[in-house]
Design a protein around this ligand. Sequence first.
Ligand SMILES: [Zn+2]
Ligand SMILES: [Zn+2]
Length: 500
Amino acid sequence: MRSNRVSPGAPSPQERRSPTGTTATRRVGPRLVDRVASKIRLDIMASGWPVGEIIGTEPELVERYGVSRAVVREAIRLVEYLGVARMKQGAGGGLLVTAPDETAVSTAAMVYFAYAGVGPDEVLEARGIVEQRAAELAARVATPEQRAGLAALLAANTATGRATADAPPWTEVHGLVAGLSANPALELLTRILVRVTDWYSASGRRSDAQQRRERRAAAAAHRRIVGAVCAGDEVAAGRAAREHVHQIGAYLTSRRGRRPMTFEDMSSGKSVAKLASVIAAEILTDVVTQDWPVDQHIGSEVVLAEQYDVSRSVVREAVRLLEFHQVVRTRRGPGGGLFVARPTADAVADSLAIHLDFEGVDTTQLFEVRSAMELATVERLAAAADAATIAQLRDALAAHRLVEGRAGRQIHGWHGQLAEAAGNRAVWLFLLALMRLTETRGVQPDAAMREWVDREHVEIIDAIGAGDGARARVLMRDHLEGIRPVVRPRNTAAGVATGP
Ligand SMILES: [Zn+2]
Ligand SMILES: [Zn+2]
């Protein structure tokens, strides 16, 4: 069952020439479907997530989006995989708004990390930023009852931990502390990053003695974090959380005999048949094992059904899941079939933005996370960026200053470029999502505001260029504080779609 199922079929000359493997005409279809799917998602966000409500019948959606029935059906399939809505059949049926599937978004992040070769060091650095901020906020805002609850859990854990030296570590502490931060964005990112870390941990072998050492160290770190949160000591809580995450990172990177990533399953099974999701995970594992050979031919539905000994409908379902996560793409017609695709960060950032909105992240919370990540970004750039990188970032500023019409997106775009230049793709991906959310709530800046923003950007890049990380942090913090008031609040359930 494990042997080379992704057959190394020779790509046609045309595929070799085109990096994306698609011609201009072939792109029209998928792009239209993506656009419609994304409009449906934005409309659901704009109307404040009316879970359980029907937002239109198929003919109504055809009318609303001005596209064919076939396109609407494909778009609905996409939003169904995101878990944002599903088609309810029969009388009184239509597109029913549902709660988005969190597993789908963490899987999307893992798929992108696997494709881009993002290692545990980048993921753990992102975790350090997120969990430090979460622990600081928890120490500041947790109620006395919440602190007492956390302390009680710690006491119970300590008791069992002493009884058996190799009792499982109290890994729940990460989610619990993030839960006390009163910031759903930090909670969501912590849950996603913990799941991604588990996936990295599963891929390395270590001795029993080492495992016991790691557990003891983790238990001690958890006691320090919880102790500081309970004592209301923000600085100590943040430091303990960051140090613990660095410790996890050191264990992960020190492991010998690291194997390629494997995927057991690609979904929570909520919207996808279990067997299809297992087959999809096997195909994905094969793609990862082969270093993600973009454009490689994988086979046809018939061939895959034979190889995996499942029905064609299971294969079809698996392929849809893989297509949704941009692992494969289907090309119809002669020479067609299934090909390895190239995942993009944009699609993952979109899914993340949707989840953050669904979780009720308000503007203050959004900027709490942006600030934590962007301050770390400018500090890292000030310490490590070379002259060429800084020159590029300056050029990017000059280029976007000339663009008038789409200033909002351009302004945020520069922040994305900073994160990209800083070189941590996990932080960059999460910032893209946070900026996407800012954009959906942002207002178009007037000339005075654009001028102010431009001036601040120049000061920030000057501080980075001078290697002054502390000054760059202060400037970035003030800059984000300045932007925050012009961002619209989140729509509530009673809210009406105001449009862009
Ligand atoms: Zn831990
Ligand atoms: Zn800015």
